[in-house]
Design a protein around this ligand. Structure first.
Ligand code: FAD
Length: 396
């Protein structure tokens, strides 16, 4: 007979859901992972941070296989000609990954480690009762001791509880497209370095992320109101072509996709945990992708949560409403730091005033690199302490 009862039920098999599922299965708990789509499925968000590597190791994922090594992050203002580079030379490596392929690997790895996984099944209703959780999908009903919301930007619990709060002042939406580049000197140099390039643009910023096999991800994040006469494709092409580097790089390139759009940008979920449930990854909060922090937060929040939940499941106190208090405080420090950094990017000319000047202040440069690498819980980062002490327009 089909099993309908599990220790933990997880909705969403992106990086957050597969990480939480795999770690809980490693601890010996029974885990049901329910995914609406079927892997491999397209997902944007290809540039990773080095501090994700310890989590990948715990999962048993060799992420150097099939991905392009990322050297670091470059910030460029073509108008003034100023640029700076933050190399990732610490003890952890990082990569640019094709998310459809990589997310499938994370999913298959979860199944190989004992997770029961369902695809093309959508979680419709979640009821977190005092005694158990009840989950209704479009196909069946399941019971468990605990529910994890890893539904990404669908944020099923946040929407149910009305706890999603928009974060203003950051980017408004992103337009992006994928290409296969022609073999040119400029393309070869980009793939050899593997850096993400961030160009300051008139209405926001542009990402340029090299992938394997000559592929490229290009995005325009729009912050300022765009002129009315330029819509989606025309707006994207106009601003990409305005960059001399991007025009040269894309010479002879083959488009692999249409221009896609992702709106409803940054938000936080004000109720990230409660009786028998917790939210991780984008279901807990989403920040503008300028510092490539989304995947890292997804796997890191899932890791905190799984470790905390494991102890509670052993002791039988998983119904405690404050179970995730400690792991959430840890997450909050990281999320708030990144939020403040992104806010400075948009509202205080962080790149011009600090990043471009940082080659003359190497101690500060190292502290910035640490944050850009995802090292958000280190003691004694003076730059981070200053950020957290400073005034914010919207950080909690
Ligand atoms: C424009 C843009 C650019 C980005 N660039 C980067 C970047 O360069 N680097 C980076 O690290 N991050 C980036 N991100 C963010 C990154 O993609 C996300 O933070 C990351 O995917 C979050 O992982 P997750 O597991 O929380 O959610 P997701 O990866 O979105 O996974 C959620 C899963 O839940 C499933 N699901 C949803 N609802 C249900 C349901 N009801 N029932 C069952 N399943 C359901 C979905 O199908 C999906 O597979 C970017 C995001 C955007 C929008």
């Amino acid at each position: 007979m089909e099993q309908n009862n599990y220790d933990v039920i997880i909705a969403g098999a992106g990086p957050a859901g597969t990480t939480a599922a795999t770690l809980l299965a490693q601890y010996g708990h029974s885990v049901l992972l329910i995914e609406r789509d079927r892997h491999p499925r397209f997902h944007i968000g290809e540039s990773m941070l080095p501090m994700s590597e310890p989590v990948m190791k715990r999962l048993g994922i060799a992420w150097d296989k099939g991905n392009l090594k990322k050297g670091g992050a470059e910030f460029i203002d073509e108008v003034s000609g100023r640029r700076t580079y933050f190399p990732f030379e610490g003890k952890y490596r990082t990569f640019q990954v094709e998310r459809s392929v990589f997310d499938k690997r994370l999913f298959d790895n979860a199944v190989a480690q004992g997770v029961t996984a369902l695809e093309q099944e959508k979680v419709m209703l979640v009821d977190c009762l005092a005694s158990h959780v009840q989950i209704d999908t479009d196909k069946a009903q399941y019971q468990g001791r605990y529910f994890i919301d890893a539904t990404g930007r669908d944020a099923i619990m946040g929407k149910k509880l009305g706890s999603i709060a928009k974060i203003n002042n950051l980017g408004q939406y992103a337009l992006y497209k994928h290409y296969k580049l022609a073999e040119t000197d400029v393309a070869n140099a980009l793939f050899a370095q593997g850096n993400i390039k961030i160009f300051l643009s008139e209405i926001g910023w542009i990402w340029c992320i090299p992938l394997t096999e000559g592929r490229l991800s290009v995005g325009l994040v729009v912050q300022k109101n765009a002129p009315d006469h330029l819509k989606k494709d025309a707006l994207f092409e106009h601003h990409i072509q305005a960059s001399a580097y991007m025009s040269e790089l894309l010479m002879g390139a083959q488009a692999l996709s249409e221009v896609r759009i992702e709106a409803d940008f940054s938000y936080r979920n004000k109720q990230r945990y409660g009786q028998r449930f917790a939210c991780c990854g984008d279901a807990a909060g989403f920040l503008d992708p300028v510092f490539s922090s989304g995947f890292f937060f997804a796997v890191k929040t899932a890791e905190f949560m799984a470790d905390q939940l494991h102890q509670a499941l052993l002791q039988g106190n998983e119904a405690d409403v404050d179970l995730q208090l400690q792991s959430d405080a840890f997450y909050q420090q990281g999320f708030k730091t990144m939020h403040l950094l992104i806010e400075r990017f948009y509202c205080s000319n962080l790149v011009e005033n600090l990043f471009f000047e940082s080659d003359r202040q190497l101690d500060i440069k190292q502290e910035i690199v640490a944050l850009l690498a995802g090292d958000l819980w280190q003691q004694g980062n003076g730059f981070q302490q200053g950020l957290l002490r400073g005034r914010s327009k919207s950080a909690e």
